[in-house]
Design a protein around this ligand. Structure first.
Ligand SMILES: [Zn+2]
Length: 80
């Protein structure tokens, strides 16, 4: 096989592995977050440790049960 093609394969596999690692982090961050934002009223609920969405519900102010994680990916990604 063409050596240039071999090198290209190595680079592409490396990019794929890095993308997989970032996707795994995003999925992990989606499951647990320090901040959960209420989908109904927009207020956030803070936790001292990453918590699941189920732990955040119901929201004390409005009783809302749907939350969006407030992700801080830039900080966690900067560690690598
Ligand atoms: Zn709410």
């Amino acid at each position: 096989m063409d050596p240039a093609q071999d090198a290209l394969i190595v680079v592409l596999k490396s990019i794929r592995d890095q993308a997989d690692a970032v996707l795994q982090r995003i999925e992990h961050a989606k499951q647990r977050a320090l901040l959960w934002k209420c989908a109904a009223c927009g207020h956030t609920k803070h936790f001292t440790r990453p918590a699941l969405a189920e732990v955040a519900a119901p929201f004390p102010r409005c009783g809302g049960a749907t939350f969006d994680p407030v992700l801080r990916l830039t900080r966690s990604l900067a560690k690598t």
